[in-house]
Design a protein around this ligand. Structure first.
Ligand SMILES: Cc1cc2nc3c(=O)[nH]c(=O)nc-3n(C[C@H](O)[C@H](O)[C@H](O)COP(=O)(O)OP(=O)(O)OC[C@H]3O[C@@H](n4cnc5c(N)ncnc54)[C@H](O)[C@@H]3O)c2cc1C
Length: 481
């Protein structure tokens, strides 16, 4: 998909697929240097085929961007096919095992059947049929974003396992590190975020898998198309906020380890390096937030029955915030989410030209995406623990409340600006946060052990299950001398 000159602005892609009716073929071409396909996973030395997004041209008319299966290398010799030029992008900031490459096409011919024609078709005589919904061309991007959610919880749960095991083992000034309020606060709030992200990611993954089955039955295809818009919005918003949060959690874990985080044997630096791309790959986060909020605004203007976002048009009366009640905090986020959207929507309407107004309010729009995503995660986190057994539910409810309070505190300015929270309540929120952190600290090791990540996956000498932080670390150093 990505080209040297663009990725976020897909409509600016330059690679062409021109239909040659006489030979029943497409001619794939990179007309400029900037049209070189760039960052394409496994294309540098390895891939034998690629599926590329190209501008479809039939009888000199551009029909839009569609996907084409293009052979790159011989499956027997590995040599590049005629007209294909490809190679490695060289040294990178992380993901060293990934064969990232560039590809250029010089009038490469492929059979007509190599266009992916499930939704859009080109017949032998050049007749073109558009997909029922133009967004169908980008279906695969929803799955990619959902995978980024899974990658985030997988990476952050590894980092947090290392950080919590180490902080519960190392003693400074007669105290375990984890018992300093500042360490406890940074690690327990991170723990609540990782649990929230695991549960929301699993929920989104499962419901997306289920929704995709609807596309295969002609009788349920319309239902699938209805759901597509919701999933596009949800996956864009969550991809943005969960990967950003993931980056913060990794940095928090790094800081919680002091100097030892700087040793490659403690495992954190590799996790940070490899995860770095997540806020950009699969769609740059700022662009994703805008995709999310664009759909939220369209739902506000034209409410859709049965949509996940019906609540945006709900009228709330007197939102009274009760600090100890996660339901009450959830309602407050729901209210704020609708209110901020309405405010920015009205402001943009007054400002005239949508394109100008959009850019002039970009930061506010991104804020709307954030509040809506926190609301979605909190709702899903709460729902997912409803059926747990009682003992487990007590601990998980504390994590839910901590997640709710932490986000409420982080977003306190917005809540106060909109008269949902009052300055005198902020101290009470902090007091509750510290008290929950203390309570959860007792189960901290068990809560990370339950991620069930074996030592060979974590690859950290200070984060092993046995807790022998110094012996393991020193033995590793000695084995390298
Ligand atoms: C390791 C790695 C692997 C990758 N693998 C693949 C792959 O296999 N296949 C593939 O197709 N692509 C791949 N990519 C590319 C990736 O999807 C793009 O880099 C990503 O979509 C961002 O696009 P861009 O690089 O063009 O950034 P740009 O769009 O140029 O963004 C640059 C900056 O401008 C800002 N910006 C851009 N547009 C807007 C806007 N409308 N509003 C506000 N701000 C904006 C962004 O926030 C960003 O800060 C990979 C990238 C990396 C780093």
């Amino acid at each position: 998909m990505t080209e040297l000159g663009t990725s976020s602005f897909l409509r600016g892609s330059e690679t062409t697929a021109t239909f040659d009716q006489e030979n029943d073929e497409f001619v794939i071409h990179s007309p400029t240097l900037t049209s070189s396909k760039w960052w394409i996973g496994m294309s540098g030395h390895t891939a034998t085929h690629t599926v590329a997004l190209c501008n479809l041209i039939i009888k000199n008319e551009r029909k839009g961007l569609y996907w084409f299966l293009i052979p790159l290398r011989s499956q027997t010799t590995g040599m590049l096919q005629p007209g294909v030029s490809a190679g490695s992008l060289g040294s990178k900031a992380g993901r060293h095992g990934l064969d990232s490459g560039y590809i250029q096409f010089s009038k490469v011919r492929i059979p007509r059947e190599n266009m992916l024609m499930k939704w859009a078709t080109v017949q032998k005589d050049g007749t073109f049929t558009q997909p029922k919904n133009l967004a169908l061309s980008y279906l695969t991007l929803i799955s990619e974003r959902v995978i980024f959610l899974n990658l985030t919880y997988y990476t952050t749960s590894q980092a947090l396992t290392i950080a919590i095991r180490y902080n519960c083992s190392r003693i400074q000034n007669e105290k375990k590190l984890i018992d300093f309020q500042s360490q406890q606060h940074r690690l327990m709030t991170s723990l609540s975020m990782v649990y929230a992200n695991i549960l929301v990611s699993k929920e989104v993954y499962n419901s997306w898998e289920k929704a995709q089955e609807l596309q295969f039955n002609p009788e349920t295809q319309n239902e699938f198309l209805m759901k597509l818009k919701d999933f596009h919005a949800i996956s864009s918003g969550l991809k943005c906020w969960i990967t950003w949060q993931g980056t913060e959690i990794l940095e928090t874990c790094r800081r919680s380890l002091g100097g030892h985080a700087y040793s490659a044997y403690t495992g954190i630096s590799t996790l940070i390096e490899d995860f770095g791309v997540s806020t950009t790959g699969g769609g740059d986060n700022i662009v994703m937030a805008q995709q999310h909020v664009k759909l939220l605004l369209s739902y506000l203007l034209k409410p859709k029955k049965g949509s996940e976002f019906e609540y945006l048009t709900k009228s709330h009366q007197n939102v009274e915030l009760k600090i100890l009640d996660s339901n009450s905090i959830l309602n407050a986020f729901e209210f704020l989410s609708g209110l901020l959207l309405k405010k920015v929507g009205m402001k943009m309407k007054r400002e005239g030209s949508l394109k100008e107004a959009w850019n002039n309010n970009l930061m506010r729009l991104v804020e709307c995406s954030k509040i809506n995503s926190i609301y979605y995660i909190l709702k899903s986190f709460k729902q997912s623990i409803e059926h747990c057994d009682n003992k487990l539910k007590i601990i998980l409810s504390n994590l839910v409340l901590l997640y709710a309070l932490h986000n409420l505190y982080e977003e306190r300015t917005l809540f106060m600006e909109n008269n949902i929270l009052f300055p005198k309540q902020t101290d009470e929120i902090l007091t509750q946060i510290f008290s929950l952190c203390k309570e959860l600290r007792r189960d901290a090791v068990v809560l990370v052990d339950s991620f069930d990540l074996p030592d060979f996956v974590i690859k950290s000498e200070i984060g092993k299950f046995d807790g022998n932080i110094y012996e393991n670390y020193f033995n590793k150093i000695k084995s390298h001398l």
